[in-house]
Design a protein around this ligand. Structure first.
Ligand SMILES: *Cc1c(COP(=O)(O)O)cnc(C)c1O
Length: 361
């Protein structure tokens, strides 16, 4: 039951059935291999506890997070049965925490390998080889030294990450694939993983043994093109706090940046940049109410947005909820209006209340 207080808040509804449908797509693409689930950043804003629980029920066995803290939380959620890799790897300060929680660090440098060995390598670890992104991972030239250093260490996974997977034709993809295939030969006993969402959808060449989809689970294909589409997982709506009819020539919001060209009905909703709806969507975003498109008028403020609800007629009343992201307002449109990527749209949604649709088991 929604309390009166929660009725006046923006709300993110996460469809766990859609989430599972999307994970299944990657599991099918993996064929004889496996689809992991990337649940870093609180499962891209969708709630790591609920997301990981649902995907574990669906059959996911391997999970990736970015940080140790995320790994510890996820271990508490999942119990002991699943593999959890921590992408950022260990530091001097925290290396001791991996073993007791059975978290597998991804080792990204010879220094991290040294640290892991000095700590007694209490559990398995992954190895990340940088093949062209120049972000995390060992250089190709260090791979031989890594093999020697890891000779008696349990390393069931060797991975790399594509810089340009969103554009499958980009020549760097093939170069990275070749470098990865060659370097991975040094670790014949390890499973290989190169593809995140876009790499997995972009072509069989990139799939290897373990897929690491993140954004694809949450509904965006990660590619520069809209196809293929995935199931919509996240829906954001916000209640109308006030409706007003304003004449032509009036202005709306901070900076008076929007002036009404004609008389308009406006609605002010309980959503703003402090909730994670980016201010960059000022004058560009839109919502949908009763099938009508309702443009954002003027600036997004901290807690409020004013929409043109003229087209929504009588549906525009206090308490009605306007969809600001979801089946009628695609994630990509919100990202484009905000000058950013779907990833940032989702991970920003912090102050909103969350609820879940679709059965967990
Ligand atoms: C975030 C991340 C992923 C998931 O990427 P998506 O594009 O969201 O599928 C996979 N691997 C690594 C190393 C990552 O950092």
């Amino acid at each position: 039951m929604a309390s009166d207080a929660s009725r006046r808040l923006a709300r993110l509804t996460v469809d766990l059935n859609a989430l599972r449908t999307n994970w299944r797509i990657f599991a099918d693409l993996a064929g004889d291999g496996e689809a992991a689930a990337v649940v870093k950043a609180d499962a891209y804003g969708c709630g790591a506890h609920e997301v990981a629980t649902a995907l574990a029920h669906e059959g996911a066995r391997t999970f990736f997070v970015a940080t140790l803290a995320e790994g510890l939380d996820l271990r508490a959620t999942l119990g002991d049965a699943h593999a959890i890799y921590v992408l950022n790897g260990p530091s001097t300060a925290d290396v001791g925490a991996f073993g007791p929680a059975r978290l597998f660090p991804v080792l990204n440098s010879l220094d991290q390998i040294g640290l892991w060995k000095a700590a007694g390598a209490p559990v398995a670890a992954g190895l990340h080889i940088d093949t062209g992104m120049n972000r995390l991972g060992l250089n190709i030239a260090e791979a031989g030294a890594a093999r020697d250093a890891l000779a008696r260490i349990d390393v069931p996974l060797v991975m790399s990450h594509l810089a340009c997977a969103s554009a499958p034709e980009h020549p760097l993809n093939q170069r990275q694939r070749e470098r990865f295939a060659e370097a991975a030969q040094l670790f014949p006993g390890a499973r290989k993983s190169l593809a995140a969402t876009a790499g997995a959808l972009g072509g069989a060449d990139f799939r290897f043994g373990l897929l690491r989809p993140g954004i694809g689970l949450y509904g965006d294909n990660g590619l520069d093109t809209p196809a293929p589409t995935l199931a919509v997982v996240a829906t954001l709506d916000a209640p109308i706090l006030q409706v007003r009819d304003i004449p032509a020539g009036a202005t709306v919001g901070y900076g008076a940046s929007f002036a009404t060209p004609h008389q308009m009905r406006t609605a002010t909703i309980a959503l703003g940049y402090a909730d994670g709806y980016l201010r960059a969507a000022s004058g560009r975003g839109y919502g949908v109410l009763a099938g009508a498109r309702c443009p954002v008028l003027g600036r997004v403020s901290m807690d409020l947005i004013t929409l043109d609800v003229t087209a929504a007629g009588g549906a525009a009343e206090v308490g009605a909820r306007v969809e600001m992201l979801g089946p009628n307002v695609p994630l990509r449109d919100v990202a484009a209006a905000s000058g950013t990527a779907s990833y940032e749209v989702l991970t920003n949604l912090t102050r909103v209340s969350r609820r879940y649709g679709g059965a967990v088991a």
